[in-house]
Design a protein around this ligand. Structure first.
Ligand SMILES: [Zn+2]
Length: 477
């Protein structure tokens, strides 16, 4: 797969995170199944895909709790623990010894014991070496690369990797591995002093979010796991046994402390990282906007914004392409994309200096379709952006006008309502008297259409009673 569009070399060289625009160099080579444990640091591929959640306090919290649990686990080692900046509800472990939680799942826990149970489950996948036993899906980075290389191998299948990469549920373990991880989750969280029965309750929350979201933002965590009703019963039973095994020792839940620690956490998509609305992609931090061709699918990650024709027959990707000259960026891009006899032409796009780079990408294997690339390099002060249009050579002309209109619509964003768009955030409130959750939500100004959503977020029913002084979550700007 030498000529894949998003190959590792290209990622390392030029796909800077749009949100950060800081040059990045790989901190270690792509890991492989045979590599020794190196999980102390997060995998750059995972961070490139989802982004690091910029919240030192919570990062410190997960690292501290993770290390504490590692020490009492069956196979202590130099593991790492990281929260990624994704609204999806998920947690996963890579076989190199790293555990990832999304900020989305952090928002849905309702106490420290729930968090600790899931931490134990993920650590269990590592200590029981589930990843190593599963050679075909050895690391998350290799899965991401495989998914991405499918894009160029068969342009017709672009739509598929686009939709499957959106969730993080990429590592699928078998039923036995999941059951073992649940068992280890109960064992480890009890050992560090938490009530493992809370972990079972969190499965109910996961099940409710999955039912509520329908085909939308499906949490991958649950879908990759065994039947949730069975699992709930099983974990409840294991937790009760574990409780007995520690005698009369009180096990911690820590509801209030946990809720206060997530006060202010972004909830849902963060528009500051770019958002699509009304057929336009807005990048508030870069003060830029561009049109999305009608009906095309989009995917926004820290490293690129990708638009795909509905049947996957053409794509346009926006990436950051360095901070040097347009000439240098053009040469570098042509090389990364493996363009044969590329041409380059200077132009101007909405008063931005620009250059059009064009060439063919040869077919790399039997499954490959030869592709044609037309990339627009656009300079905005010190930053250069590349809008890369790609389609099979034979049908490139069909999509060239749409690619051109995207480039022509690349312009300065000045609309304050888009520039200042803020994410919703978790806000922790205190019940002022005995009341139902629904009444408390109403008193906090929550629209009734969102009661059910917030009941799930609180791990309660709308009719559940709150006593005076009890904390609960709402969301707001
Ligand atoms: Zn699992």
């Amino acid at each position: 797969m030498a000529l894949s569009f998003f190959r590792a070399g290209a990622l390392a060289l030029s796909l800077l995170p749009l949100a950060a625009l800081v040059p990045r160099t790989p901190s270690h080579p792509t890991s492989t199944a045979a590599a020794p444990l190196q999980g102390a640091k997060p995998d750059p591929q995972v961070i490139a895909q989802f982004g690091l959640f910029e919240n030192p306090k919570l990062q410190q919290y997960i690292a501290t709790q993770g290390k504490k649990m590692t020490a009492i686990s069956d196979r202590p080692g130099d593991y790492g623990f990281t929260i990624v900046d994704s609204p999806v509800i998920n947690a996963f472990a890579t076989p190199d010894g790293h555990v990832y939680f999304t900020r989305g799942i952090m928002a849905y826990f309702n106490n420290e014991a729930q968090f600790t149970g899931v931490l134990g489950h993920e650590l269990g996948h590592i200590t029981a070496r589930h990843g190593q036993k599963q050679q075909t899906r050895s690391t998350i980075s290799s899965i991401l690369l495989a998914g991405a290389s499918m894009v160029s191998k068969s342009i017709a299948s672009i739509a598929q990797p686009l939709s499957s990469v959106v969730g993080i549920g990429l590592l699928k373990y078998g039923r036995d591995a999941e059951n073992e991880a649940d068992q280890l989750g109960v064992k480890y969280s009890t050992k560090v002093g938490y009530d493992a029965a809370q972990m079972a309750d969190f499965f109910l929350t996961l099940e409710r979010t999955e039912k509520a979201s329908g085909a939308g933002s499906v949490p991958g965590f649950l879908s990759t796991h065994p039947n949730s009703a069975d699992r709930y019963q099983r974990v409840k039973g294991l937790a009760a046994q574990a409780k007995q095994s520690v005698g009369g020792r009180a096990l911690t839940v820590n509801r209030d402390a946990y809720l206060r620690s997530i006060d202010g956490l972004p909830y849902g998509e963060d528009p500051r990282q770019g958002f699509v609305e009304g057929g336009t992609f807005y990048l508030p931090e870069q003060k830029l906007r561009l049109p999305v061709p009608s009906g095309w699918k989009t995917q926004n990650t820290p490293e690129q914004f990708q638009m795909a024709e509905p049947n996957g027959k053409a794509i346009v990707a926006l990436i950051a392409a360095g901070s040097g000259t347009l000439d240098a960026a053009a040469q570098s891009l042509a090389k990364q994309l493996g363009l044969t006899s590329p041409s380059a032409q200077q132009t101007t796009i909405n008063s931005f200096p620009a250059m059009v780079v064009e060439g063919d990408q040869a077919a790399s294997s039997q499954q490959s379709t030869p592709a044609h690339v037309r990339a627009y390099l656009i300079q905005d002060s010190k930053s250069i952006y590349a809008l890369i249009g790609l389609a099979p050579t034979a049908s490139f002309g069909t999509y060239a006008p749409q690619m051109a209109s995207v480039a022509e619509g690349f312009q300065r964003l000045t609309d304050a309502s888009k520039l200042n768009r803020q994410p919703e955030r978790i806000r922790i409130k205190t019940a002022t008297g005995t009341t139902t959750l629904a009444s408390a939500l109403a008193a906090s100004g929550v629209a009734s259409s969102r009661y059910e959503e917030l009941a799930i977020l609180n791990g309660m029913k709308t009719t559940d009673r709150l006593s005076k002084g009890m904390l609960y979550k709402v969301v707001g700007k």
